[in-house]
Design a protein around this ligand. Sequence first.
Ligand code: NOJ
Ligand code: CA
Length: 680
Amino acid sequence: MSWRLFCCLVLTALAGVAHADSSSPARIASPDGRLQVELSTDGEGRPSWRAERDGHPLIAPSRLGMLFADMPKFERNLALTAHTTGAHDGTWTQPWGERHTVRDHHRELRATFTEQTGAQRRFDVVVRVFDDGIGFRYDIPRQPGLERLEIVDELTEFAVAPTATAWWLPALEWNREEYLYARTPLTEVGRVQTPITLRTDEGTHLSLHEAALVDYPAMNLARVDGQRLRADLTPGISQARARVSTPFATPWRVLLVTDTATALADSSLILNLNEPNALDDVSWVRPMKYVGIWWEMHLGTKTWASGPDHGATTRHAIDTIDFAAEHGLEGVLIEGWNVGWDGDWFGNGESFSFTEPYPDFDLERVAAHARERGVQLIGHHETSGHAAHYEEQMDDAFALYERLGVGAVKTGYVADGGQAKVRDEAGHLRYAWHESQAMVQHHDRVVRAAARHRIAVNPHEPVKDTGLRRTWPNLITREGARGMEYNAWGLPGNPPEHEATLAFTRMLAGPMDFTPGVFAMRTRSGAPMATTLAKQLALYVVIYSPLQMAADLPDHYRANLPAFRFIQDVPVDWADSRALAGEVGEYAVFARRDRHSEDWYLGAVTDAEARTVEVALDFLAPGQRYRAHVYRDGPGAGFDADQTDIVIEQHDVDAGRTLSLALARGGGQAIRFEALPDRP
Ligand code: NOJ
Ligand code: CA
């Protein structure tokens, strides 16, 4: 009997049924039958998993297990003693998001591995198989001697069977997640962060990541040999990388598997593996566009620190609020408002006050002005990675913001990798990695405290996104990759392929506060940026974020109001999203439907190559006419030519049309499809 047929029969007949005492492999298939996962043990009782797609090996036998600091490892002398299977098909809705309704359709296998010697310790592995991927986790029940676990590392492996190319970031390096993605054969990666994107020689696309990272270190992957990667948990502040009490389940280890790059981008698997909303009413979490006192500090024309060039003055804040109000942008971010920025702020986390403004910044007056003008202030808490110092003040700081009507805060953890500061159980300060268990716990405390004050959080230099926004909808967006700021700092800024890479790598994890929308294409030194104006507009659709910045200076927008119109129009909350076309690191085209109208928006970006991409408009509502407001690269545009050459034009279309999107070198295109009223 074929494996596929076997799985179908088992699932139809035995969904939800327990199978006792079998040491033979346990299997489960995706709802469409294309993906199959098997759990088993070998002759020495070593547990492993493997996967096939369409009957071909996808993941060769790969180890499962764990190393502990204070007891023998979970690695051998284990038997698969029982398993159950189940299935689920349902939908749930997002309070805000890239789509309103999410389908969760999977089949589940829970297998128990029991030691055949000694204390007969046991653990479960739970596998969920979706049409577009696999999630599995260890679930360790409470049992005598296993009340507390000191986990040194996991032995979890992913032995990728077909030859693959990888797009990856190095792990445990000083610049955290802010490296450019490398593209190499999978056999050439070392120790990498997740998500990592792979494309097999046959064209199957994979992304390895994790979901629901709670009270545990982030998982990196280290190549053992060939195409075999092994979990490499982020180091902790003691020998154990994770210290937990049972019952305990690890985050889900995730493998997305799709035919195309675009299907990776359309996956909701990570969200489906997270717990539902833990906050009741989250109507206070408001997606919005915002401007800020920000870009000028990165250009070096203003300072966070006090002095003659201080950016966060009362006057400048009021002007910025007025600009936002006059142009219909809801939010204003003000950085450098609080005491602590003077001197070497990178290294002086303990100097920050999160409640005391600089004397030239009248916080009460600025907040009152924002309220009068109907603008939402976005607070700012740069911690320089001193999480312990921040925790001492954060309740007071959130209470202050709540009183002033500040509904969102951008946090920051600027410190080299390994140099965040936390307190251990004895109260001593310890240096920690940004993605250590201690920092994961810190962010959890921040998001809960913020929720108590009805404040949304946007961390920079964060822990990677693993879909926790489903559980904590006030964890609204985050940084966690090289954003626009690198273009302000100058060469090397972000290269032309950067955003087409992000769309199929970093963005698979969740929203990013990339801060697009730069109109004056000059770095600090006056050198040009490797982008085009039409691409800057397209990024509002390509790079999903419920908080979306208009990063440039108000004067630069005033100088080009026709192009700024797109930023004013584009929504930040979507009823639906589709990746229409794209290849990793080459180009990306997305369409998204507004949650509050029938309008659709499209964004397309390319790498250094000019290209024309044909897209069918069959996503539009049938029978409906739309006015396409097109913002495209002009004839002289290119990342290495005239960055600001843009053509803005309108024409009418319907779902039957195909558009040819002409993208300049390093360029892009943005379109608003405005639903037209029915003709009388
Ligand atoms: C790094 C953040 O990414 C950036 O946006 C911010 O301006 C600085 N930290 C200062 O907090
Ligand atoms: Ca940053």
